[in-house]
Design a protein around this ligand. Structure first.
Ligand SMILES: NC(=O)c1ccc[n+]([C@@H]2O[C@H](COP(=O)([O-])OP(=O)(O)OC[C@H]3O[C@@H](n4cnc5c(N)ncnc54)[C@H](OP(=O)(O)O)[C@@H]3O)[C@@H](O)[C@H]2O)c1
Length: 324
């Protein structure tokens, strides 16, 4: 029998998101239906509402992150990476992310390939578990798989308010690295210190923030902010250091080439992560009992307030939607 559910849908670029009733999706062979209890925002969801994302097909239920229960009552989290492919080094041309073009987690039910459903880390609430998948996966691959961060190394994490960056900090500290973070907000820097940041610098009140650091004191940088961040980071990276980039919030970056080649710097791009990365990330989170930084939890009906908070970069960590 068909029944209906509540879902957050985007009908047209630039329009507010609508909470509406639609038909509940049915799982086919090889798929699992999850009763979503909490979902979380990523910058991608906001980029889609603004038309700044490739391959937008509308109307669509947004949302890549979700946690909930499957039919037998087990609590689960969802890996939002679909069709990664066979090569652990790079995703296949068929790869996509839950929530566009496939209907996502901002709904009472979502249907995903059964292989994308994993047990919820037992130490996390539903809200915390929903905050984990996309940002945790991206940060894990950036820090561990691509970043190869080792205990005792120093990592620079610019723009610590970002959902992925808060995980980068948590993972770096769990590895035993020293973490230098920047933010445009003193309040966010204080929260970062509470999560273990060793050095904190405000890039808004201190535009030459790189000068507060010693040349060569940084082994690795993980960034998604773009603009002049990379240029400044190159000045403090040690010879042979590495840069990992997973995003471009300001779309482009400008940097001088000299320090890059003179210091034999590696620039490594990364996006999301393979199924092996996701499994390793969950094991790591369980082993270290890592709790995501949850900024705020919004009821489904206030989804547009949640989107506005992210669009204005007001959050520290992850913005969560409670799905009733
Ligand atoms: N490739 C992938 O797989 C992947 C996965 C996830 C995200 N991304 C991309 O990565 C970016 C971040 O994603 P998110 O979901 O973590 O978004 P987010 O939570 O909105 O993070 C954005 C953060 O960028 C920081 N920022 C803004 N201007 C900055 C500047 N001038 N210098 C340094 N930092 C600055 C802000 O930090 P402060 O407020 O602390 O200043 C802000 O909180 C987005 O571009 C997203 O599309 C890519």
């Amino acid at each position: 029998m068909m029944f209906r559910m509540k879902a957050v849908r985007l009908h047209a670029v630039g329009e507010p998101l609508r909470v509406e009733e639609i038909e509940t999706p049915q799982a086919r062979d090889g798929e699992t239906r999850v009763r979503v209890r909490a979902a979380a925002f990523n910058r991608r969801d906001v980029f889609i509402t603004q038309g700044l994302y490739p391959g937008i097909e509308l109307p669509r239920t947004l949302g890549s992150d979700g946690a909930g229960e499957i039919e037998d009552g087990r609590a689960v989290v969802i890996d939002p990476m679909l069709d990664w492919g066979d090569d652990p080094h790079v995703w296949s041309p068929k790869a996509s992310i839950l929530g566009m073009p496939r209907d996502g987690t901002f709904a009472q039910y979502v249907v995903v390939p059964s292989g994308n459903v994993y047990p919820k880390p037992p130490h996390l609430t539903m809200e915390e578990a929903a905050a984990l998948p996309l940002a945790g996966l991206t940060a894990y691959r950036a820090i561990v798989t691509r970043g190869e961060l080792r205990p005792g190394e120093t990592i620079l994490i610019p723009g610590i308010g970002g959902g992925v960056q808060t995980f980068a900090l948590l993972f770096a500290k769990a590895i035993g690295a020293r973490a230098i973070v920047t933010s445009g907000s003193d309040e966010k820097l204080e929260r970062a210190r509470a999560l273990g940041a060793d050095v904190t610098i405000n890039y808004a009140t201190n535009p030459d923030w790189n000068k507060a650091l010693k040349r060569g004191e940084v082994d690795a940088v993980v960034d998604s902010s773009g603009g002049d961040t990379l240029n400044k980071a190159l000045g403090v990276l040690r010879p042979g250091g590495r840069v990992v980039i997973y995003g471009g919030t300001r779309l482009e970056a400008t940097f001088r080439l000299f320090p890059l080649f003179w210091n034999h710097i590696d620039i490594r791009g990364t996006s999301m992560g393979s199924p092996a990365d996701f499994r390793a990330m969950l094991e790591f989170v369980n082993a270290h009992e890592i709790r995501p930084a949850v900024d705020r939890v919004y009821p489904m009906e206030q989804v547009n307030d949640a989107a506005a908070r992210m669009a204005q970069s007001e959050q520290f960590g992850k913005i969560v939607l409670a799905i009733d």
